[in-house]
Design a protein around this ligand. Structure first.
Ligand SMILES: O=C(O)c1cc(=O)[nH]c(=O)n1[C@@H]1O[C@H](COP(=O)(O)O)[C@@H](O)[C@H]1O
Length: 271
């Protein structure tokens, strides 16, 4: 999917919501456990309930690969079930020496047809560029992550007022463009968004960390939005586990709609 189509959908749905499909077999409501593929049945119900409010879905690959071959099958069925106009993110956080990254790219872009994959920048240019050789596919590079451990490396001072995360953003701009690269910036780092936008004013950001991790949607929208919206804000647990009963899909829809309504206000205000 290209940037124009993504923006078109954001405008149409008045939403920049990404629903995280972090589907944990241990949290699936018990009435689904007797079905042939509980993970897929759960995702299918979540997609049906939230697709009106979401412009992206992000299955976190760990939840699927931890189940072995069955998990990969559930993932593929889920991907095929997502409506074609909705952006898809394989949250795999890959990145390795060039030839290996090339195979990761093949796995997510050719074998499966995800629009994008999250990539870790630590191994540098040759670990990232193999993902960039596909038309209308995206690398989502980890920039400034939402977790506490981000302070171990990402905030290290490289001198001349530059932190490691800032170097990552600048280097990424040499490898990709605003048409094939996005960056992860955690919602819990909203106070840094002004600095982020000084380096990458036009790129899309994937922003996880609202909901369960406590990030503020308002702060993210205020400091992070650009003239193409430029934001995909993810919520996983806050939506998909809004209820653990038979009403889980209805409650997921309510949680997604609540976020979407707030997003519509910010689109009106800041776009
Ligand atoms: O790359 C990500 O998506 C990601 C980056 C980051 O900095 N923090 C972060 O939480 N994530 C992912 O975003 C999702 C957040 O889930 P919730 O906290 O349940 O909304 C999980 O799939 C995380 O792996």
């Amino acid at each position: 999917m290209n940037r124009a189509s993504l923006f078109e959908q954001i405008q149409k749905k008045k939403s920049f919501l990404c629903v995280g499909l972090d589907t944990d077999i241990k949290k699936i409501p018990s009435h689904l456990l007797d079905t042939e593929d509980p993970v897929f049945e759960f995702n299918k119900a979540i997609i049906d309930a939230t697709k009106e409010f979401a412009v992206a879905y992000k299955p976190n690959i760990a939840f699927y690969e931890s189940l072995g071959a069955e998990g990969w099958k559930s993932l593929e069925k889920t991907l095929n079930y997502i409506p074609k106009e909705i952006f898809t993110i394989a949250d795999a956080k890959r990145g390795d020496i060039g030839n290996t990254s090339g195979l990761y790219a093949r796995a997510f872009f050719e074998n499966m047809s995800f629009d994008s994959v999250t990539v870790a920048p630590y191994m540098g240019e040759d670990s990232v560029t193999p993902f960039l050789g596909y038309d209308n596919k995206w690398v989502i590079l980890l920039g400034l992550t939402s977790n506490q451990g981000s302070f171990d490396f990402q905030h290290c001072d490289l001198g001349k007022n530059e932190a490691l995360w800032q170097r990552v953003l600048k280097k990424g701009k040499e490898w990709g463009t605003e048409d094939n690269m996005m960056y992860v910036v955690g919602a819990t780092r909203a106070d840094m968004l002004k600095k982020v936008r000084e380096i990458i004013p036009d790129h899309f950001l994937l922003v996880p960390g609202v909901g369960a991790q406590g990030g503020s949607l308002q702060k993210v929208a205020e400091a992070g939005m650009n003239d193409h919206c430029g934001l995909l804000v993810n919520s996983s647990r806050g939506i998909i586990y809004a209820s653990n009963g038979e009403d889980f899909a209805d409650k997921a829809a309510e949680a997604a709609q609540t976020l979407q309504k707030e997003m519509a206000e910010y689109l009106e205000k800041y776009l």
